[in-house]
Design a protein around this ligand. Structure first.
Ligand code: SF4
Length: 466
């Protein structure tokens, strides 16, 4: 029987105790592992992120286990690390590398040093193709092939495309970090109910226009209800569900569907939503959403500048953003808002508008005795995104190669205390880097108003007088 190791690839070379972003189980890899086990393979999943395994230790573990196949994922941020990992595995094995970014990276992966080990690159659903690759029963011609490297695209035309995700199976024993205590101290497990996003943000690799070939798929309400019931049976003390979809609440219909699903349970829940989700949702429906157990929504606000918002294809109507999000806060739903500083061409005036929007929402939250948490990042271009290509067009190819070497932003992490860990790949804004950092720190510091921020006391508050 083939021995397979699935690795949720590390984000850092060394053990990084500063990293404290939410630890989430790699659901997609868990689905792949489940399918492999059903196909009779001896499979193990190592979560190098949750287990904070440094690169060298990971190489040691893998070299001791000597699996016949190593399946792993790659992102823009850890491309160099995964490349190094592959080069450091010196015994004879076979790599399968997946992830959305492979669509733009596979040619580069083809050139990696793998000590003559074959590499298959898969873009799209992995659960049906992976076992066939391992068992050498592949039913699809590679899109491209070169000296022991093959690239497979699993789009809607592929025999390996998962048309009906309602029936997908997930063996949760593969995960090391579930259930966890969430920020509200509730025991929480995670689900994914859809694949794909309907929006088109210019900085995001999941944008609709970049992923048309994969289609958007949603699980039926009944299958989600059954999955939640399964989690309750599995974890008897479960108190909360986090829905990890790119966008669970995307429009008025999805709000109704969420209320329908969660009204069956005495559970809290949290999920992603869009700033425009609530455009046509009444106050009564928002109240029902809260009553269904909705504790917190994660919302990508990104910027308070209409000019920047226009460039990233988000609504430029700041009053609408304020209205929609204030309504949630007034109804008792907490919000974690994501902001980005340093977009291409962004100026200090734009930074100021973003900060003012974050401050406004913090004040509304305080007035209503709920919490508005901020999560703030420095802009970095992701492979294949619209903004990545505009930076490439404007500044040339050698510049973009520099970007490939995304590095942890230690300076910013130290300034922010343990609360955030950031990567950087250049300052693309029209302002100086100090101003970018100052506004990141200032907006992050709004969290110190939030009683749920466990790291507020560790944060250094610099330059808050603007
Ligand atoms: S940032 Fe969110 S809403 Fe925008 S395209 Fe990406 S997943 Fe969709």
């Amino acid at each position: 029987m083939y021995k397979v190791l699935i690795i949720n690839s590390p984000l850092f070379r060394d053990k990084n105790n500063l990293y404290d972003e939410d630890s989430l189980p790699p659901i997609g890899l868990g689905i792949i592992a489940t399918a492999m086990r059903e196909n009779g393979l001896d499979v193990e999943l190592i979560d190098a992120v949750a287990s904070k395994i440094p690169l060298k230790e990971l190489v040691k573990i893998v070299s001791q286990k000597r699996p016949d196949f190593i399946c792993t994922n790659v992102f823009t941020t850890n491309l160099e690390l995964v490349k190094e990992f592959v080069a450091l595995i010196s015994y004879s094995t076979h790599f399968i590398i997946g992830g959305l970014s492979t669509k733009n990276l596979y040619k580069e992966i083809f050139e990696w040093n793998s000590n003559n080990n074959p590499i298959d690159v898969v873009c799209g659903d992995g659960e049906l193709i992976a076992s066939d690759l391992i068992l050498n029963q592949i039913k699809q011609i590679p899109k491209e092939e070169k000296k022991g490297r093959r690239y497979f695209m699993v789009d809607a035309n592929s025999v390996y495309y998962s048309k009906e995700i309602s029936i997908e199976k997930l063996d949760r024993t593969h995960f090391v970090n579930e259930p966890i205590k969430n920020i509200f101290e509730y025991s929480e497990a995670n689900i994914v109910t859809s694949r794909g996003c309907i929006y088109n943000c210019a900085f995001c690799a999941a944008a609709r226009s970049l992923n048309k070939e994969f289609g958007i798929r949603e699980k039926s309400a009944i299958s989600v209800i059954m999955e939640i019931q399964h989690l309750i049976d599995l974890y008897p003390n479960l108190q909360s569900i986090r829905v990890l979809d790119d966008l669970f609440l995307k429009n008025a219909d999805s709000v109704e569907k969420a209320i329908e699903i969660f009204k069956y349970f005495n559970l809290r829940w949290r999920s992603m939503a869009h700033v425009q989700t609530f455009n046509k949702v009444s106050k009564e429906t928002i109240h029902k959403l809260k009553q269904s157990g909705c504790d917190e929504l994660f919302i990508g606000i990104e910027s308070g500048s209409p000019e920047v918002l226009k460039r990233i294809h988000k609504t430029t109507n700041i009053e609408l953003i304020k209205k929609n999000l204030s309504e949630l806060l007034r109804s008792g739903i907490n919000i974690k808002g994501y902001f980005i500083y340093g977009f291409p061409k962004e100026t200090k005036k734009d930074f100021k508008k973003t900060y003012e929007l974050a401050k406004y929402l913090t004040n509304v939250a305080q007035e209503n005795n709920v919490h508005f948490r901020t999560s703030v990042f420095q802009y970095r271009p992701y492979h294949g995104t619209e903004l990545y290509h505009s930076v490439e067009n404007e500044k040339g190819n050698s510049y973009i190669n520099e970007i490939l070497a995304v590095k942890p932003n230690k300076e910013l992490s130290d300034l922010l205390g343990r609360r955030q860990f950031n990567f950087h790949s250049g300052n693309h804004s029209a302002s100086d880097l100090d101003a970018v950092h100052d506004y990141i720190i200032k907006t992050s510091s709004l969290n110190s108003l939030c009683i749920f921020d466990p790291y507020a006391k560790n944060r250094v508050n610099k330059k808050t007088d603007f």
